[in-house]
Design a protein. Structure first.
Length: 424
């Protein structure tokens, strides 16, 4: 699917976003292994999170969709009759591998062409230390064959900050004998820790050390999934780019481990107000008001890059239009996302006449640049599709986004939502 987007002068109005993708994955998996019924409101509409529910159904959970909510009847999992299909979702295959490793059966899990090229060694190694037996193509690529085993807890230090790997180990630890400990080099999003507490696990978090006690008994819950702040990135950037903008994004997740996005934007000049914060299910939810701003630009590295790894495609677009540009370092993980995101950002920015210098772990984009009309290609990556749709709003003429349907992985309603607030 290709979409043509015309320039805009302002982003104005009020929008609500689908449920947070990261939280939806976790609630879907935990609801399927918890005893009793779990009811989830505002579960993500994205294809990735549907893949998670599809896998849990194939493993025996009963999943129903009705009136905008998802109901899951959980309990003991059963051996799937076919290969589990994670689609394009790295979150699904990495986190679910931790659960599958502890079951009493063998399972096979794979996905689409993009997922099949993403290495899984970062989850396979700690699971093997816990006693799991996992095989992959060329030793690390999907599809994975997971022979369920009795697991034991480990004290594991993440070599690279990754919320998905942390979650995989903790999910395996739910079934393991003994305590499971995960140590992070820097803090990553803590949705798994919050969700585990909500479902009844005994878990302790001190600084960057997470301890999960043996013998967790999870019970079904009724929970609300906050709006996805990663998806909000693209609307924040759009409003900051367009003169005369005034946008409200309602009921967005305000989790402190995800606040780096707002902190960074404010630090480089963004006019953002946070309205009406409240807590639900251990997660903070609030609304954002964003108005057109003069953006200075800045530098990201280390812990900040780790915290904003999913938001970098959108921020790259903002960096080109900022006063001083954007430099990103320590982002080598972008090379093994749905695409090599450093390469796809470079290709599409250059098509739009934007200068960029890349490095193995990031890039530098000079500021004060103007976007030219061009044909941009998502290369099948949802965040690239959405980032360059936003760039198109600031171009000097209509732009075509090829493979735009990739946005449906996380946000099927993205283009209709963007068009509803773009004023021309």
């Amino acid at each position: 699917m290709d979409i043509t987007i015309s320039p805009a002068r302002a982003i104005q109005g009020s929008i609500a976003l689908p449920g947070d993708k990261s939280i939806s994955h976790r609630y879907g998996m935990l609801g399927a292994i918890a005893e009793g019924v779990t009811i989830l409101h505002n579960y993500s509409t994205g294809a990735d999170c549907r893949s998670t529910l599809g896998c849990m159904e194939a493993l025996g959970a009963k999943v129903e969709h009705h009136d905008g909510k998802v109901t899951i009847q959980g309990g003991a999992l059963r051996e799937p009759k076919q290969v589990l299909d994670a689609g394009n979702s790295g979150s699904t295959i990495r986190m679910l591998s931790g659960i599958l490793a502890a079951q009493s059966f063998t399972s096979h899990i794979g996905g689409d062409e993009s997922l099949s090229g993403r290495p899984m060694s970062r989850v396979m190694k700690p699971l093997a230390q816990m006693g799991a037996e996992i095989a992959g193509r060329e030793g690390q690529f999907p599809p994975l064959t997971i022979h369920g085993r009795a697991l034991h807890g480990i004290d594991y230090t993440l070599p690279v900050a990754s919320a998905q790997v942390k979650s995989c180990v903790l999910f395996a630890g739910l079934f393991a004998k003994g305590e499971t400990i995960v140590r992070e080099p820097v803090s990553t999003r803590d949705h798994t820790e919050i969700a585990l507490k909500e479902f009844g696990a005994e878990i302790e978090v001190r600084r960057n050390v997470i301890r999960l006690a043996e013998g967790a008994r999870l019970t079904g819950r009724e929970l609300v999934v906050p709006g996805d702040i990663s998806s909000a990135t693209f609307f924040l950037v759009a409003a900051l780019l367009m003169p005369e903008s005034d946008l409200v994004i309602e009921r967005v997740g305000m989790n402190p481990t995800r606040s780096a996005l707002l902190d960074f934007l404010v630090s480089i000049g963004a006019n953002i107000q946070i309205l009406g914060v409240q807590q639900t299910g251990g997660e903070l939810i609030g609304s954002l008001r964003i108005r057109a701003s003069k953006i200075k630009g800045g530098t990201m590295h280390g812990a900040l890059t780790a915290a904003l790894i999913d938001e970098i495609p959108g921020l790259a677009v903002l960096g080109a239009a900022s006063e001083n540009g954007l430099t990103v370092r320590d982002a080598s993980e972008l090379r093994v996302k749905e695409t090599d995101r450093i390469a796809t950002i470079e290709t599409n920015l250059k098509r739009m006449g934007i200068r960029i210098e890349t490095a193995p772990d990031g890039f530098t984009i000079p500021g004060g640049q103007k976007f030219r009309a061009a044909e941009c290609d998502s290369a099948g990556d949802h965040r690239i599709a959405m980032a360059f749709a936003v760039a198109a709003l600031a171009a000097d003429g209509p732009c075509t986004i090829t493979n735009a349907g990739a946005a449906g992985v996380s946000f099927p309603e993205f283009f209709s939502t963007l068009q509803s607030i773009a004023k021309r």
